[in-house]
Write a protein that binds this ligand. Structure first.
Ligand code: ARG
Length: 295
């Protein structure tokens, strides 16, 4: 029997827009809490039909903690914790370190003076065996070197130049099929050239600004397709033309904080299941995952 992939999520009990650290966040545009909880639950249910979802307890002091992609970078049983740029999110660091240690991961630290926002900016391209790393708004360019040393992986830097696309996963998504969804204008010209040189045109799926602003690149890879907040019919047919399905899970409340489907998840490729004690398998009040869940 093949093992189902595992992925981490954090229930949005305390999700809110209480500060503004990216252009999407406006404290005068309040989150509809009920709607946010329903959207998260729907996403978690969609995902748990295909993968095992485990959760980390939300911390009341961390309104952005549901965006677990930013916890750090995970490769095998190695966890490289983030060093957030803004104090508002630095408060999440200790809790994530503790969770990964308790789950049996080896924590490998990068230099303290280097900002690094985990799987929001560092995306493993399984097909090419490289990690693409976005830098500029959040992660420092020198994190390319830091992550390469920490993981022994081939890390390639990409420069982000549009403040709306402040994390790499808001404008770029390498899929396990080798296709890459991306919004080229979010990158410097040099980085656009790097991508064009490394990824054949037939594998590059260019999204429009409309799709990019619906966070269509912020997609959860399910192998045969994607789960995403939004995709125009044009994008859906581009995906269908290469054999990929599109499942829409609306996440408008989370877009108010600048995050979509992929930001709310962190794949956990750690292969062994015997280290997972029952303490990692709780459900959280109203957040009962309905199908195929290991929570
Ligand atoms: N409000 C959060 C922040 O600005 C959103 C993070 C979204 N996460 C991501 N991986 N793009 O940090």
């Amino acid at each position: 029997m093949t093992q189902r992939s595992r992925l981490l999520m954090c229930p949005p009990q305390h999700f809110s827009v209480l500060y503004s650290i990216n252009p999407w966040m406006d404290q005068d545009r309040p989150v509809n809490v009920k709607q946010a909880h329903a959207q998260w639950q729907n996403l978690a249910s969609e995902i748990s039909r295909r993968m095992d979802v485990v959760t980390v307890d939300p911390d009341p002091a961390c309104p952005d903690m549901c965006f677990v992609a930013n916890a750090g970078f995970v490769h095998g049983n190695t966890f490289v914790p983030s060093r957030f740029r803004y104090a508002e999110r630095q408060v999440e660091e200790a809790g994530f370190r503790e969770w990964f240690r308790a789950a049996g991961y080896r924590c490998v630290e990068i230099e303290e003076d280097c900002f690094f926002e985990g799987a929001g900016d560092a995306l493993y391209d399984t097909k090419r065996n490289v990690v693409w790393m976005g830098s500029g708004p959040r992660t420092d360019a020198k994190a390319v070197y830091e992550l390469a040393v920490a993981t022994n992986l081939d890390v390639r830097g990409l420069e982000l130049v549009d403040a709306r696309f402040y994390h790499l996963d808001t404008c770029f998504c390498p899929l396990s099929t080798g296709h890459v969804l991306y919004f080229p204008q979010a990158f410097s010209e040099e980085s656009q050239r790097v991508l064009a040189a490394r990824i054949p045109a037939s594998s590059r799926i260019v999204v429009s600004e409309t799709d990019a602003l619906g966070l269509a690149c912020n997609a959860v890879d399910i192998g045969t397709g994607i789960i995403v907040n939004h995709a125009t019919p044009e994008l859906r047919s581009q995906l269908a033309a290469v054999g990929l399905s599109t499942t829409i899970a609306p996440l408008g409340e989370f877009l108010k904080a600048g995050g979509g489907a992929k930001c709310l998840c962190l794949p956990l490729p750690f292969p062994s299941s015997d280290r997972w004690g029952s303490r990692h398998r709780r459900s959280h009040g109203p957040f009962e995952l309905r199908s195929g869940t290991s929570v």
